[in-house]
Design a protein around this ligand. Structure first.
Ligand code: AMP
Length: 403
């Protein structure tokens, strides 16, 4: 977990503004939910690996609780109370989630996710829209060199069925999930140690290759006619909105969370090694909470990782004006000038009476303030203030009523 001191916080806030603007421009509206959920709500369809990462505790009444590990589950729960809401629902969030993960580079226990959920549509246009918002978000954040790798869990399942390996689905998913991170031998070893014959494990490794998204429809048609037809449409829509530049089809993308049912994808930014985002379709999740089958999909971006990938670390927000006075006599004037400047939208601090002019000068040089306003006895008598512009290295006087 990390502290966000002002320069880092304003960098985060900048990211929040940029990403929120993108989501809002597509008609998504912001939601927030409690960080604490009933453990059983969180555990419902997370998968064992994610369940192990839940921050779990008992409250004083002995209830089993946990901190949310993503926003998809809380959103699904919240929507189950609002079944009459007109569909599709377009929601987005920018908020903290928690995972009891092994801390390492790019892996925090408390981190921010920005993401969207599009609920109530099974159309390939919904998929194209979500991928379009993801692409726009990455571009707006400064990662126009994004790569989004897309796959469909149904395609992997069809392939396993054809190879007679459906019984090994879990271990094969686990191995494929490591394909981008581990060498071939180790990925194959994950499968063989789970009982998959070596020749088949190698075959799976080779069959789950990457290709341009344009080729996905043909490839999928060979596995399943209707899946191929779905992707032909999706690619057409996505091409119209994004030109398909950064999109690839990659059969090794399966994602760690158990709730995905169809399309899954992961996003990368430039040279940054770790995934900056991921998402997919989870058509069975909402039914678990509401009892009503509801198609839905979404994505989440790891905000800290995206900031790291685009090199956004600090945004300085200096104080605009520092008003120096020598004694209490000028305080009412200083307060009046400060009020005027603040109401004009500037940030202003008034000397607290503990620094000499020299010390005040050194202080504002350090904190990056541009203007020093000095109200001395002589200035007061003449109804003016002295303004020192530290950027232009100029000093001039200005009548108070002209400020
Ligand atoms: P997931 O749905 O688990 O793939 O999470 C979505 C995105 O959140 C990932 O692509 C990462 O960018 C980010 N993320 C996941 N886990 C962490 C973590 N422990 N620390 C920081 N970012 C993370």
């Amino acid at each position: 977990m990390r502290d966000w001191l002002p320069p880092q916080f304003y960098a985060l806030k900048h990211m929040e503004d940029v990403l929120s603007r993108v989501a809002e421009s597509f008609g998504y509206r912001r939601v927030e939910t409690p960080v604490v959920e009933h453990f059983e709500v969180l555990a419902k369809k997370a998968g064992q690996e994610v369940i192990n990462e839940i921050y779990y505790f008992k409250d004083k009444a002995g209830r089993d609780l946990g901190l949310r590990f993503d926003m998809t589950v809380p959103v699904a729960r919240a929507l189950s109370y609002s079944l009459d809401m007109p569909r599709p629902v377009r929601w987005y969030y920018f908020t903290k989630v928690f995972r009891y993960d092994e801390p390492q580079h790019g892996r925090y226990r408390e981190f921010y996710q920005f993401g969207i959920e599009l609920v109530g549509s099974a159309s390939p246009r919904a998929e194209a829209e979500v991928l379009h918002v993801l692409a726009e978000s990455l571009s707006a954040a400064g990662a126009a060199d994004y790569v989004v790798k897309i796959n469909d869990r149904r395609a992997v399942d069809k392939m396993l069925e054809a190879l007679g390996l459906s019984a090994y689905r879990d271990v094969i998913y686990r191995a494929l999930d490591k394909k981008l991170k581990l060498p071939r031998e180790e990925v194959v070893a994950v499968m063989t140690s789970g009982g998959v014959p070596r020749d088949k494990a190698e075959k799976i490794y080779d069959m789950t290759s990457e290709m341009p998204l344009q080729e996905a429809a043909d490839h999928l048609t060979r596995l399943d006619q209707s899946l191929g037809a779905h992707y032909a449409k999706l690619v057409k829509y996505l091409d119209a909105s994004t030109g398909l530049g950064g999109f690839r089809f990659d059969m090794s993308i399966v994602r760690g969370l158990d709730y995905y049912t169809g399309i899954v994808f992961e996003a990368f930014a430039g040279e940054y090694k770790l995934a900056v985002g991921g998402g997919g379709r989870y058509d069975d999740l909402l039914e678990l909470y509401s009892g009503v089958k509801t198609p839905a999909l979404g994505f989440a971006i790891g905000v800290e990782r995206l900031m790291e990938a685009v090199g956004l670390h600090n945004v300085e927000k200096p104080l605009d004006y520092y008003i120096y006075i020598f004694d209490d006599e000028a305080y009412p004037q200083a307060a009046a000038v400060a009020k005027k400047l603040r109401s004009a939208g500037f940030s202003v601090a008034v000397e607290l009476g503990e620094k000499s002019l020299k010390e005040a000068f050194e202080y504002i040089l350090k904190i990056g303030t541009r203007y020093l306003i000095i109200i001395g006895k002589k200035e007061l008598e003449r109804g003016v203030v002295k303004i020192r512009d530290l950027q232009k290295r100029e000093e001039y006087e200005k009548p108070i009523n002209e400020l």
